[in-house]
Design a protein around this ligand. Structure first.
Ligand code: SAM
Length: 257
């Protein structure tokens, strides 16, 4: 008897229409596919029906990975990794032009997205991300609920499409609604940030205490001469009043100083 593990965010998809809708977001025939957290294989099974060139699956749960390995042992095109997605060198193991799917474990979903955004080489080795998040997190990513994650995600990713998934489509049933988002890498970046960690740092300083005005926060990062160079900045603004472009410029500026 298998008991789903809450600690690994195990809410398995059971609604076939939703599974089809996820895979139909992109033509995957003859493509190289990666699936994060395949679980019991609900999405995996549908991916294979579309005849990809290869499939790489990364699952932390030993038992579930073993079961998938047994089920698909005759498929030469599947590579199985019994690993933690946050620890594996994903950039190294995936093939060029991969499409990445994942009904992500909710407890680490934003960390997984940030890992994908932080690929050293850009444009990255993936062409599409089709990922499921808690609706609340998805709204942050697409900028509907603006904050740090919107700024970081939109620096390198463009959002194409999304749809909501009701709790009834899973077993066990989660308390919240989920959202599938289709994201693609922005190939030509407008701002040249050398290290995304600096964007994380800048947004962290500004957004700690998001109701507070930016006047004190900006002094934590820049000296008075540098601050003078920020034209048309209202120091009474709150962090969420400033557009994402301000944070990209501020990070470039921070790196050059
Ligand atoms: N794809 C399956 C589905 O849609 O039914 C399962 C999705 S479930 C929400 C998340 C899956 O990610 C689980 O199978 C869980 O064991 C796996 N998982 C959790 N944390 C992980 C991690 N850090 N690295 C890799 N897989 C993880």
């Amino acid at each position: 008897m298998f008991y789903s593990k809450k600690s690994l965010g195990q809410n398995f998809l059971k609604d076939q229409n939703i599974i089809k809708k996820i895979i139909n977001l992109k033509n995957i025939k003859n493509k190289d596919i990666v699936e994060i957290g395949p679980g019991k294989g609900a999405i995996t099974e549908e991916i294979l029906k579309h005849h990809p060139n290869s499939l790489t699956i990364i699952e932390k749960d030993n038992y579930l990975l073993k079961k998938l390995n047994e089920k698909y042992k005759n498929y030469n095109s599947i590579r199985f990794y019994n690993n933690d997605i946050l620890k594996i060198n994903l950039e190294k193991i995936i093939k060029k032009n991969s499409i990445i799917f994942g009904n992500l474990p909710y407890n680490v979903s934003s960390q997984i997205l940030v890992k994908l955004i932080k690929f050293k080489k850009w444009p990255p080795k993936f062409t599409d991300l089709i990922l499921m998040f808690q609706k609340e997190v998805a709204e942050k990513i697409i900028g509907k609920s603006y904050g740090r994650l919107s700024i970081i995600a939109n620096y390198r990713l463009k959002y194409l499409n999304k749809f909501d998934v009701s709790p009834n489509c899973f077993f066990p049933k989660p308390k919240i609604t989920s959202t599938v988002i289709h994201l693609v890498p922005i190939r030509k970046l407008k701002y040249k940030i050398n290290d995304i960690k600096n964007l994380e740092y800048i947004t962290n300083i500004f957004f700690s205490g998001r109701r507070k005005m930016i006047n004190k926060k900006i002094k934590k990062v820049f000296n008075l001469d540098q601050i003078k160079k920020f034209k048309n900045l209202d120091f009474k603004d709150r962090p969420a009043d400033l557009k994402k472009e301000f944070y990209y410029q501020a990070t470039e500026f921070y790196e050059s100083g």
